[in-house]
Design a binder for this molecule. Structure first.
Ligand code: DGL
Length: 252
């Protein structure tokens, strides 16, 4: 099956796209809720978690792993690719398409502190945004809001006002939790602002790899290292036919 991993429910925004593009595959999703959020934890800690989770997914039969977390991708994707023989697909910071479509020459990125610190993000910005102003805002508190289902309105008002003030006309969602806030973001964003969710592009990339190595099955299973309530709430909102027996707490 295809293993998918995030610190929590955020990676479900990627699972949704994977399922849309490859409904016939088997998926095993692992939410590391016991250690969420990853956003400002030490890098070594995130690598250790990514290692444990990946080894576990492989022990359950994953033949490829989608690291559906920008923060874990930034910290650990190179480590995982070097250590294990299976393919790992990571999240791409979508600043290149953002730079291409911006008319004001100002692009906003909303992500975690650790994603902004990552080499991949910095290199991508350097390569594609030399003539573009990139406004980086750390979405502190947003991951927790998505996990709990609480309102993120006040935080979003504050963060989006920074993009507005800078005249950004494109916003990159640099954390897989944030697509679940799209409706609220659209309400607060200036008219005509384009919002980029990198999940469809990551799913497309995953499809290329999966078509060669993953057999069809169509099963979906969800594990959490803590309470399964958050993944159950969001996964069932995406796919109402999922049964309660698709969700399990594991201890790793
Ligand atoms: N979904 C994760 C990401 O894409 C959230 C990180 C966190 O746990 O803070 O970055």
């Amino acid at each position: 099956m295809i293993g998918i991993y995030d610190s929590g429910v955020g990676g479900l925004s990627v699972w949704k796209e994977l399922k849309a593009q490859m409904p016939e595959k088997d998926y095993l999703y692992l939410a590391d809720n016991a250690h969420c959020p990853y956003g400002d934890k030490p890098i070594d800690y995130i690598i250790e978690r990514a290692d444990k989770v990946s080894a576990y997914l492989m022990s359950q039969g994953a033949k490829m792993v989608v690291v559906a977390c920008n923060t874990a991708t930034a910290a650990a994707i190179n480590y995982l690719r070097e250590k294990y023989p299976i393919p790992f697909v990571g999240m791409e910071p979508a600043v290149k398409p953002a730079a291409n479509i911006s008319r004001t020459g100002v692009v906003g990125v909303l992500a975690t502190a650790n994603t902004f610190k990552g080499r991949l993000y910095r290199d991508t910005v350097m390569k594609y945004c030399s003539n573009i102003k990139v406004i980086e805002v750390i979405g502190k508190g947003l991951v927790e809001a998505v996990e709990s289902g609480n309102s993120a309105k006040e935080l979003l008002e504050k963060y989006i006002s920074e993009f507005k003030a800078a005249n950004a006309d494109v916003l990159v969602l640099g954390c897989t939790h944030f697509p679940f806030l799209t409706e609220q973001i659209v309400k607060l964003a200036p008219k005509g602002m384009t919002i980029i969710n990198p999940a469809p592009a990551v799913a497309k990339q995953s499809k290329l790899i999966a078509s060669k190595i993953i057999f069809n099955g169509g099963k979906n299973m969800f594990y959490s290292t803590a309470d399964t309530e958050p993944i159950e709430r969001i996964a069932k909102a995406i796919c109402p036919t999922l049964g309660t027996d698709s969700f399990e707490t594991i201890n790793i």
